[in-house]
Design a protein around this ligand. Structure first.
Ligand code: ATP
Ligand code: MG
Length: 567
């Protein structure tokens, strides 16, 4: 039984300064967490209880799928990360340190390298596989913008697990087991979420999904199909194939188009001059050519003029290459800024959006200042070097599965599962001897859940203007007892409910008004409040349900049944 008279909890009437999201505001006001540093939070007792519940649920599901818990240090030698290449790939996101002897260390952002080394050293026989290891551990990332309290910390808690298998089928099974466990975990948290196909970023590897909990404060935009349930990260959306193009087009024509450096000015001019004999030109009929550098090489990307190149999508498509906008047009006079067309003689790799299929005709630059070309036909006047998914995605774009207009939604990534394959095994020589004595290269998966982020995400989906609204599965207490006068009776009742298996919080603070106690109870957010009020002498208590706001008087004698229904 938690007694508020002794509990280190201080509720705040006012919103703390500089908080952007409800979870940060409410967890601070209700005395669950406190900010200590940018992206660094301490857990007060009630917060720690919630975090422990979240951790318990995840641990139960990880053990159920056969995982074994270990615990690594956060402070790790940097050499394995240099060997895997992630020392550079993570860039400035890693906290780097040097010890007194000058040896390089880092505060680990995740642990793939050291898990691979551990298993290489201890598991040399095929009999040691399959193997799943996990830990609940503090991670460090020097995020450019720590934000939203626990949502994006620089020190945060993660469950990370790693699977080790001898066959691709084994990896697929470990991945499927994690996927199912994650679904159970997020259901037990009471989270509304979507699993979306993802690009795997600096982890490498091919198959990967993110679990996004939908909330307006989410930083990840994803697309969802209201009709067939297709969902994907913006980076991973594939473009629905356009209808087959008309094959007959007039010959390419070059037009004087002075002062038309932008698509809008070009479309206006085409329409006012009736270019090509019509006046219904749209931005989508133009082909915009954007110049990027990809690991230093110049690459031109062609997208319909009503869209931009989305750099995150380009990066995901070209991973692991580094992608940037090309600016130094002075060094490439053949690339005429604002007037580039793929029919030109310039030499650079040319990739196009999937909508630019052979047989489609475009208005595009004529590779001279102030001039454009129309009826520039893909396959006739130019031949792209390849297709790239790099154009911006918009609400209403057609679902690649069923053709319905897609919706853009916002979410927080609470979990991420990857089939890494043999990337790390190759780097570290992770082999096991097979039954025939021949070495077999091990294949790995890695799977993360942000435990501290999950606490905040649950709050984002479960709160109202008055405070937190915990799902019973992870609430610090099932029941909050509020005596309006009968303090001793409340403590006695608390002891009975505790004995019946409930987690109980009693407001036994002396000398507070009923109003203060009830306001605090709503802020703190336990699923049920039991008020010992005016009718207590007659043998009744008031039972309030936090989520729905319903109140009813019940006979004291019925509390035991009620308690039974909660455990
Ligand atoms: P994000 O895209 O939000 O930066 P990530 O893709 O870099 O996350 P992963 O490397 O996949 O994150 O880490 C696994 C999980 O750890 C994430 O799904 C998320 O729940 C959690 N996580 C990652 N970064 C943070 C952070 N800065 N603060 C809190 N939780 C985090
Ligand atoms: Mg991720």
């Amino acid at each position: 039984m938690l007694r508020m008279s002794r509990l280190l909890v201080r509720t705040l009437r006012e919103d703390p300064a500089d908080v952007e999201v409800p979870s940060h505001r409410l967890l601070t006001r209700a005395g669950y967490i406190r900010r200590v540093a940018p992206g660094g939070y301490l857990w007060l007792p009630l917060g720690k209880l919630v975090l422990d519940q979240v951790t318990r649920v995840v641990r139960e599901e990880m053990v159920a799928l056969g995982g074994q818990e270990v615990s690594f240090p956060a402070l790790l030698p940097r050499e394995p990360y240099q060997r895997s290449g992630r020392w550079d790939e993570y860039g400035e996101d890693i906290f780097r340190l040097t010890d007194r002897r000058g040896t390089g260390y880092l505060l680990a952002p995740t642990h793939e390298e050291h898990f691979a080394l551990l298993v290489r050293d201890l598991c040399g026989s095929y009999r040691d596989y399959p193997l799943i290891l996990f830990q609940m551990q503090t991670k460090y990332r020097d995020e450019t913008r720590p934000r939203g309290g626990l949502l994006r910390g620089r020190e945060f808690l993660m469950k990370d697990s790693y699977s080790f298998d001898l066959t691709d089928a084994g990896l697929a099974a470990a991945y499927a087991a994690h996927r199912a466990a994650y679904q159970r975990i997020f259901e037990r948290f009471g989270l509304r979420y979507t699993a979306v196909a993802a690009m795997s970023g600096p982890m490498g590897g091919a198959v990967s999904e993110e679990f996004l909990a939908e909330t307006p404060v989410g930083e990840d935009t994803f697309v969802g199909c209201p009709s067939c349930g297709y969902a994907a990260n913006v980076e991973a959306v594939t473009t629905a194939l356009p209808p087959p193009p008309v094959e007959d087009h007039p010959a390419l024509e070059i037009l004087d188009t002075p002062d038309t450096p932008t698509i809008d000015t070009l479309v206006d001019l085409l329409n006012t001059t009736g270019a090509g004999g019509h006046t219904d030109w749209r931005a989508a009929d133009t082909l915009k050519n954007v110049v990027l550098t990809v690991d230093g090489e110049i690459v031109v990307i062609g997208v319909p003029g009503d869209r931009e190149v989305d750099l995150k999508r380009a990066e995901a498509a070209l991973f692991p290459a580094r992608v940037a906008m090309f600016e130094d047009f002075a060094s490439r006079p053949d690339l005429v800024r604002g007037y580039i067309g793929p029919q030109g003689t310039w030499k650079a790799r040319y990739l196009v959006d999937p909508r630019v299929v052979p047989g489609t005709a475009w208005a595009t630059g004529a590779n001279e200042p102030g001039r454009h070309a129309i009826n520039v036909v893909c396959g006739r006047d130019f031949v792209p070097d390849g297709i790239i998914e790099a154009a911006t995605v918009r609400a209403g774009d057609r679902c690649p599965r069923c053709g319905t207009g897609l919706e853009l939604r916002r979410g927080v990534e609470v979990g991420h599962i990857f089939q890494l394959g043999r990337r790390y095994a190759d780097v570290f020589g992770l082999d096991a001897l097979g039954p025939d004595g021949k070495p077999v290269r091990v294949t790995m998966g890695s799977y993360g859940i942000g435990l501290s982020r999950a606490v905040a995400t649950i709050v984002e989906q479960h709160h109202d203007a008055r405070g937190l609204v915990w799902p019973a599965s992870i609430a610090p207490a099932h029941v909050h007892l509020v005596p309006l006068r009968e303090m001793d009776a409340a403590l006695e009742l608390g002891a009975q409910l505790t004995a019946a298996g409930l987690r109980v919080l009693v407001d036994d603070r002396p000398g507070l008004s009923a109003g203060v106690r009830l306001t605090d109870a709503e802020l703190l957010g336990m699923p049920h409040t039991v008020v010992l009020g005016r009718r207590f002498a007659e043998g009744y208590v008031e039972l309030r349900e936090r989520a729905t706001g319903t109140r009813r008087d019940i006979p004291l004698a019925d509390l035991a049944d009620f308690a039974g229904s909660l455990v």
